[in-house]
Design a protein around this ligand. Structure first.
Ligand SMILES: Cc1cc2nc3c(=O)[nH]c(=O)nc-3n(C[C@H](O)[C@H](O)[C@H](O)COP(=O)(O)OP(=O)(O)OC[C@H]3O[C@@H](n4cnc5c(N)ncnc54)[C@H](O)[C@@H]3O)c2cc1C
Length: 71
């Protein structure tokens, strides 16, 4: 464990995964997204009912050590 904080900019799939992995290394991880929702390009991928195929929010919340901030 590295003592200290870490900031990940961008809540697309890469940023979310990076933040979750970094949460094992750093005391606190902050994930900052400039839009009002996570997902980035993957937000455009939905099923026939318009539901997001990837539950990015749930992934973020499930990683309790990631502190996420939306615009
Ligand atoms: C219709 C569609 C189908 C696809 N199908 C596939 C597939 O089958 N297989 C595959 O591998 N890929 C696929 N892709 C591509 C895949 O979606 C992208 O490669 C992937 O989502 C990119 O993720 P990313 O996190 O790198 O970037 P992005 O999704 O672009 O996320 C970047 C995030 O960073 C945020 N951001 C940018 N600047 C800042 C800043 N200064 N501060 C804070 N936040 C910032 C943006 O708002 C965004 O949310 C598909 C894409 C689309 C649109």
């Amino acid at each position: 464990m590295i003592k200290g904080n870490c900031v990940v900019a961008g809540g697309g799939i890469c940023g979310v995964f990076a933040a979750i992995l970094l949460a094992d290394k750093y005391s606190t991880v902050y994930l900052v997204e400039k839009e009002n929702d996570f997902g980035g390009l993957l937000k455009s991928v939905t099923d026939s009912s318009g539901n997001l195929l990837l539950k990015i929010k749930i992934m973020c919340i499930a990683s309790w050590k990631v502190n996420f901030f939306l615009n």
